[in-house]
Design a protein around this ligand. Structure first.
Ligand code: ZN
Length: 99
């Protein structure tokens, strides 16, 4: 019969050494940071409305060349050379109706 000793449970844990997952998560977070900070800015990149009480959404297009440049939101994305646009809920509705 095997009896597990307390030392067996402690073995293999990484006390006192840097946690690689924490470091990785930090790097991952940093690369996403520009979009996150744009969201946290709480400002619509289309109509310019801002505020904590407004909900913002991200509009995303697959390809820049799919933008026809006819609508205001398309021009906004082309001008920023971005495939994402942080917009308020009202603008997002308009985008869906016009695309
Ligand atoms: Zn808006």
């Amino acid at each position: 019969m095997m009896v597990a000793k307390f030392s067996d449970f402690k073995r293999g844990t990484a006390y006192g050494t840097p946690n690689i997952d924490t470091v990785k998560n930090h790097i991952h977070f940093s690369t996403r940071n520009s979009l996150e900070s744009r969201l946290k800015a709480c400002k619509c990149e289309l109509c310019g409305v801002e505020g904590d009480g407004i909900s913002f959404e991200i509009h995303h297009v697959n390809k820049m060349k799919n933008l026809k440049g006819k609508e205001q939101w398309e021009l906004a994305m082309i001008a920023r050379k971005r495939k994402t646009l942080v917009v308020c809920k009202e603008c997002h509705k308009k985008i869906y109706h016009s695309s």
